[in-house]
Write a protein that binds this ligand. Structure first.
Ligand code: MRU
Length: 354
């Protein structure tokens, strides 16, 4: 059994409340787009692929119980709802791409001549299909990433470090960077996985550690500030991270702290991999300078589990993501199409990316 962050059964959407993990496992019933926007914005579900899937399935759940008088009316309503979902969290590009792709899909289907009910059912099916596609994509990423790491190392069993949470909880299942770790483990090639705590919101300590223990993967939690010491003393073979948005040149926005890991990895000559589906690659942006970086509420930094730990009165800066320059992505960008150097990625994937 694997962890299920997103459940879609008989037109009913349930989302695992990740803010309660690891102490409690509770699902939230999401019935409409407003509910989808809320669970994404509050980070009850998070991780770039999961954000897009939950956003689209919240739309599907709403459509099931809605009726529209014509295809243009339906298309207009769906387009507006998708645009609203895009605003829930601005850095990950997956929801925006899912919205753009749905708008193109709706207009192509409408041109073929179709009833409003048929169009509605095709929209719902398209949202549902994102679940299986994502798992399939992640398995390919896992396999390509594992192969590349083993090819770059002399060790039979490798030690890897990861950051934030990129596993079953951040996707429809299996995971991206954590999928690579899963794949290494499945083929008996993982010596040890290290995960960072991932301050300020502790996705590593709360979620990745939970997944690693759940899957019985040999693993150790470290504080973010221990990464340099770890690389110096433990012969780490690779750093694997996910992405919220990769730009055309390979610059990568990911969880705050990713950039400093990449700097430290470069110093210690540890290959640094970004693992991302094509849906996280934004070819419309030439470089990471244009990526919008979300700033989160101060209390996610000043409090731990609702208890204030920071001195009252101190001001805070709480960006949720940073941008790692392509030059530091030394291992490569692991996609479902293969592993690419940042400089070659765009040419290799452009026919499949939008
Ligand atoms: O703020 P979060 O928890 O949504 O950030 C998640 C990350 O940064 C992940 O690395 C990224 O979304 C990829 S998830 C496969």
């Amino acid at each position: 059994m694997s962890l299920e962050a997103i459940r879609w059964k008989e037109n009913k959407l349930e989302v695992l409340d990740q803010l309660l993990l690891p102490t409690s496992t509770e699902y939230i019933h999401v019935t409409n787009v407003e509910g989808g926007w809320q669970v994404i914005n509050k980070m009850q579900v998070r991780g770039a692929p999961a954000i897009a899937i939950v956003g689209c399935l919240s739309l599907a759940a709403e459509l099931v119980n809605s009726s529209y008088s014509s295809c243009p009316d339906l298309i207009k309503a769906v387009t507006e709802k998708l645009q609203y979902l895009v605003t829930a969290r601005p850095t990950a590009v997956n929801m925006r791409k899912a919205a753009d792709d749905m708008v193109t899909f709706m207009s192509e289907v409408q041109e073929k001549g179709i009833t409003v009910e048929e169009l509605k059912s095709k929209i719902i099916s398209r949202c549902e299909s994102m679940l299986a596609i994502d798992v399939d994509t992640n398995k390919k990423i896992g396999s390509f990433g594992a192969q590349s790491i083993l090819g770059n190392s002399n060790a039979k069993k490798v030690k890897v470090l990861t950051h934030c949470n990129t596993g079953s909880l951040a996707t429809a299942g299996y995971g991206t960077a954590l999928g690579v770790i899963r794949s290494l483990h499945a083929q008996g090639s993982l010596d040890h996985a290290y995960c960072t705590e991932t301050r300020p919101y502790n996705q590593g300590a709360r979620l990745t550690a939970f997944e690693l223990v759940f899957e019985s993967i040999p693993s150790t939690l470290i504080c973010d500030s221990m990464a340099a010491s770890l690389m110096k003393s433990k012969e780490i073979d690779a750093v694997v991270v996910g992405a919220d948005r990769v730009t055309r040149n390979g610059d990568t926005a990911n969880k705050i702290g990713t950039y400093q890991l990449a700097v430290v990895a470069k110093y210690h000559e540890v290959p640094f991999y970004v693992c991302a589906p094509i849906t996280s690659i934004d070819t419309s942006l030439l470089s990471g300078e244009s990526i919008p970086i979300e700033e989160r509420p101060h209390k996610e930094m000043t409090e731990v589990a609702g208890v204030r730990i920071a001195a009252p009165g101190i001001s805070c800066w709480n960006p949720a993501f940073d941008v790692t320059p392509a030059a530091l992505v030394t291992g490569g960008i692991v996609t479902e199409l293969g592993v690419f150097k940042p400089s070659e990625m765009y040419e290799k994937i452009k026919s499949q990316a939008s």
